[in-house]
Design a protein around this ligand. Sequence first.
Ligand code: ATP
Ligand code: MG
Length: 555
Amino acid sequence: MSTNDNPVTANFISQIITNDLKEHKNQGKVATRFPPEPNGYLHIGHAKSICLNFGMAAEFKGTCNLRFDDTNPEKESIEYMQSIERDVQWLGFEWADLHHASDYFEQLYGYAIELIDLGLAYVDSLSAEQIRIYRGTLTEPGKESPDRNRSIANNLDLFQRMRAGEFTDGQYVLRAKIDMASPNINMRDPALYRIRRVHHQRTGDAWCIYPMYDYTHCISDAIEGITHSLCTLEFEDHRPLYDWVLDQLPSLAHPQQIEFARLQLEYTIVSKRKLNQLVMEKHVHGWDDPRMPTIAGLRRAGFTPKSIRDFCERIGVTKQNSWIEMGVLEYCIREDLNENALRAMAVLKPLRVVIDNYPDEQTEELEVSNHPQRHELGKRIVPFSKVILIEQDDFAEIPPPKFKRLIDGGEVRLRGSYVIKCNEVIKNAEGNIIELRCSYDPDTLGKNPEGRKVKGVIHWVSEPHALPAEIRLYDRLFKVPAPDNEENFLDAINPESLHVINDARVEASLVNAQAETGYQFERTGYFCLDAQDSLEGKLVFNRTVSLRDGGWGND
Ligand code: ATP
Ligand code: MG
């Protein structure tokens, strides 16, 4: 993967648009849209489509609409719509207009009448099962329905009565009259309308017939004056139908459909249906669980809009399906947080350290930089006192080779503070270390000690000042790179994707921690406050990402 700081925005789609503009197609206009179905929360795959659609509009000074493809009321909801609006805005994009396919129901109905009038659509009484059998296969042509040659007058009458609610669900469908022998199965008289008595979240009970996706999508694009209708590769075989519908309706403009590869990200799932299953069956704690690849989940985990946009830029837009490593996404957030996260200290597994030669009641307010390189981010006060907590792992009674941290009789620097020396190791009856007795060198604040070298630096918090915190360490949600390819993706769930540390201690300044602010807990990783679950006396932090690839980042 390239780590070039000037990612190349040019892709095959921008080349097509550039050419269209040269030829003055569409009166020199560029209009795109992002058209989610509101049947779930947006995921990282949608982010790719959002960045592309809004990105192309921005690059060519055009517009991008947000359009809800809300033609499947059983699965859709207002909650999903609201989450989609929130997520698109959070990613940093502004739509020109907000539309719903359901806004066009009346017009779509009118165009269906037009197609019937032209002898290009008919009402069919075959059952769904019969239609499937009549459709044929990839190797065998389909068979024409006995209703295919119904008269125009009869079709008009039946279609109007379908709308009026005279028939039961599934009794009739409206189909396009195209070609039952077409090598493209999508062209074998696809359904345009079905009868479905379900309440629609926006149109209520006004309709008992709903238009099909393929029919709705092209006409919605045309109505909105979309010039370039960007969609994923699985719609390539639907393009002839997209074009066919619009070719029959010359009063409508004819947008150009262009397909690009879906994002497939390793160790996760990008399908709303399966993500919905994870939520409904409680394999995760909701759509915004930080392990979810949803925008809401990534946001709660501490990802920034910038890192997600950067990721989408880096993976590029092509016509080849490929798998992207999770490391690419992690790289993007690390880049951002390394530069922007405020530094703080947190001790995940505390070990008590008493500094015997430090005055009993004294507290020093040490000034520590919020960021080692960016001095404009200021300093904070870190209290130092006689009893501090360090990480259990930062002390070793029997040190492994090259261990630079604290050992019995050895010295280590406390970050932003003094050098301490361990004089005695206190154990409980079971032989576990419960406390270290240390001394400090008062002459080492911000200076190297005289006449000796102290190599190790460890983080710490002052015990009486530190705040209790719950720390949530997340790992990949799935054990295998392509859970989608498993027989049952649920079997591939990583049972250890969440590790909760209940009794961590964080430095006092984090009492003011803000949601959606990244912190680097020194030597431990990048974290953010979980504003939803934090309580007054118990802060909760989510780990966004470790400091380095595949590591805990201990020195
Ligand atoms: P899902 O299977 O998750 O429901 P979808 O394609 O059915 O995905 P839509 O709500 O129809 O979801 O998607 C809105 C837009 O986002 C579409 O243009 C779709 O092509 C695009 N999109 C969805 N998933 C991806 C992905 N993984 N990579 C790139 N674009 C995607
Ligand atoms: Mg869909």
